[in-house]
Design a protein around this ligand. Structure first.
Ligand code: AMP
Length: 332
């Protein structure tokens, strides 16, 4: 039985992009995994979805803001339809095996490999105040994966380098110390929704974008969604076929993608104004059930916390033997 594993880092409030590109897919994976209450009878494999709060610390975070972001994200995982009876929901920091194995893997990875990692190259190298963890986090990411022994890791192109490093480190470890890790295959699924920033449609809609005028948050009320969509970048072409998907029209293409992903239709739409109204309506309708569920769950933070505490306890059990095997294999 294979395992389905995915983490989201709490470095900003969740966006429409996170919902369409990740949360909604998590729910679909959970739904495809069967209804058995115990992990063993799930046809499609056990699902683990986590908040990678340790990864958030690779850049400065205000502790109070981080705590609030984690709480909101945990609540939104449940509001989006993740079900603790069918998926294990956890916090990385509550499963100490992640950071323990990360150190053992730091003792396996090479500086030559970490120097090549894109995040560090683009955001950290040469900046004296770069946190050491921004350099070493790929070892933590390898631990996040290897602890759960998945045979396949489905990732977007932007994550490919991490999983390739994970494979290299696992192969090297197994060769040096014995066959402890399952070496996962990288699988890039058919392109899913890639939601672009409304104000700058050449870049991805990101939860940590600054400024964030072009970012729709999952908890944005309808009037905020309307305002952000109404200010979305389109272009100056106003011909009869102005509303179409085209590489020369990234803003319009993005709005059409969002409309389709949110279940709307562009049939008969010929003006940007009409397109923006349709997008607003479709996005508001998509967010509405999620926001209602969030409002109910937010009244019971102890429940949300208990779900993640139980999931994290399950992860501690699942990961203990892998960590023990790796520790012993290294001679500790
Ligand atoms: P990130 O917010 O970059 O940490 O990504 C968390 C998850 O959300 C990953 O599975 C991403 O692929 C997905 N995701 C983030 N932003 C977008 C976006 N703009 N469009 C589609 N998927 C996204």
């Amino acid at each position: 039985m294979d395992r389905n594993l995915s983490l989201i880092t709490p470095t900003g409030r969740l966006t429409l992009g996170n919902h369409l590109g990740a949360l909604r897919r998590f729910v679909a994976a959970q739904d495809a995994s069967g209804n058995g209450a115990s992990g063993e009878d799930r046809a499609g494999g056990e699902c683990f979805f986590g908040l990678s709060d340790l990864h958030a610390l690779t850049t400065p975070q205000d502790p109070a803001v981080l705590r609030a972001t984690v709480t909101e994200m945990a609540t939104l995982f449940l509001a989006a339809g993740l079900d603790p009876a069918r998926a294990t929901l956890f916090r990385q920091s509550q499963v100490p095996a992640h950071r323990e194995l990360a150190y053992l893997l730091e003792c396996t990875a090479y500086t030559g490999e970490l120097n090549r990692m894109i995040q560090f190259k683009e955001k950290g190298r040469g900046v004296p105040s770069t946190r050491v963890s921004l350099y070493t986090y790929p070892a933590l990411m390898a631990a996040d994966i290897l602890l759960y022994r998945p045979s396949v890791v489905p990732v977007g192109d932007d994550q490919r380098q991490h999983v390739e490093l994970t494979r290299d480190v696992a192969i090297r470890f197994n060769h040096a110390y014995g066959p402890v890790f399952v070496v996962p295959e990288v699988r890039t699924p058919a392109a899913g929704a890639r939601v672009m920033d409304l104000a700058d449609p050449t870049r991805k809609m990101s939860k940590s974008a600054e400024p964030d005028a072009g970012v729709i948050r999952l908890l944005d009320p309808p009037d905020v969604v309307r305002r952000k969509v109404s200010r979305a970048v389109t272009d100056s072409d106003t011909g009869p076929d102005a509303v179409r998907v085209s590489a020369e029209k990234p803003g319009v293409s993005n709005l059409l993608d969002i409309l389709a992903a949110c279940g709307g239709s562009a049939d008969g739409i010929t003006t940007y104004g009409a397109l923006k109204s349709a997008v607003t309506e479709a996005v508001v309708a998509t967010l509405d059930p999620l926001q209602r569920a969030h409002a109910e769950l937010a009244d019971d933070p102890a429940y949300v916390e208990s779900v993640f505490a139980a999931g994290s306890a399950h992860c501690r059990e699942v990961t203990a033997s892998v960590l023990a095997d790796a520790t012993a294999a290294m001679g500790l």
